[in-house]
Design a protein around this ligand. Sequence first.
Ligand code: LLP
Length: 411
Amino acid sequence: MFRKLAAEFGTPLYIYDAAIIRERFADLETFDVVRYAQKACSNLAILDLLRHRGAMIDAVGADEIRRALTAGYTAEKREDGVYPIVYTADIFDRDALDLCIEKNIHVNCGSIDMIDQLGARCAPGREITLRINPGFGHGHSRKTNTGGDLSKHGIWYDQLHQAMERALRYDMRIVGLHMHIGSGTDLEHLSQVAEAMVESARQVGTTLETISCGGGLPIPYRDNEERIDLLQYRALWRDAQAVLAREFRHPVRLEIEPGRYLVAESGSLVTEIRAVKTQGGNLFYLVDAGFNNLARPIMYGAYHPITILVADSPDQGAEPTAAVDAVVGGPLCESGDIFTQEEEGFVVRRRLPRAQVGDLLVIGKTGAYGSVMASNYNSKPLAAEILLDGGEVRPIRRRQTFEQMIANEIF
Ligand code: LLP
């Protein structure tokens, strides 16, 4: 199938499997609200798919709000008290502030300046959520840790009173509290958040309708990694909800805000091997995708599974089962353009089938933070994207053309 699609649409090519997204969404049905962090993969077709399953949406910039609106999400609070779109950020750029005012988008403020800027322009009685930095955080890499004093995110937990006073000054109502300590963390760290949430929620008091435990759920990138125990995680939060409901004398809704968990495993980046070379003792497979297409390895030393699809032709792909240790790199004029590397840029070899030019090399579990973090470095066009859905092949993004890439340049 991948070979057929590569022949038809060219490489590099992102392919997503809709069934996997639906399955992962179903895993989370015990949470009151699943709010998709679209930063993980914001293609409109993916937003549309998740909206039809019942997911709400998170946006971190004006254009993510526009994407949500384009995909059919609305701004108004629903009858059940849920805001379909929430803008979560630590700043408003001017465009985002204008749009949140104009469209009445619910705002999760990650700084006291955001409260001031929104307060100065909105009508009295406006409802807001506060994002709290609980003073600790954890992620799969230092770069994805969003809590603690080295993180720019959220309102520092002991400034919550200040934030509340400020909200009061503008007659704003704090209806939500949110904590997101990092991405790709683990159950142990995620568990600590529930306690911190209860403490902060008590300070805000009975106006609270919703608490959000953020995203950050890990997924098993490696074969030997286990799936997170969602039942245990849910139970922990159910206890926190029960404590608050008892004290507030009304129920408190729990939101979860995953990005990676919903889409990472659905995506594959299909590339073609264009050169095979030996440098000293190292064998290199050089493919037509680089960190312009997938930045996670160079940014975090992230591991992605790699498989090889040997080309069809009989004179190619002899001994497909023979294994070798190979380094996999891309086409960019930069030595860090290597998919098999660890944090700090250590190049490592991966046990892979023997392969040759023309074989396809598939980088797996790239549905989250893959295509969305792509760039035009070395003037490489953004890759095409395909969604496989119930036997149907749906192109969901055309490959960028040269003309589109240079369209805004003036000379
Ligand atoms: N909510 C907030 C406020 C966030 O900042 C994030 C991620 C999420 C939810 C979703 O986190 P997730 O469930 O996907 O872990 N580029 C990095 C990840 C950066 C995540 C940024 N914020 C990576 O490739 O691992």
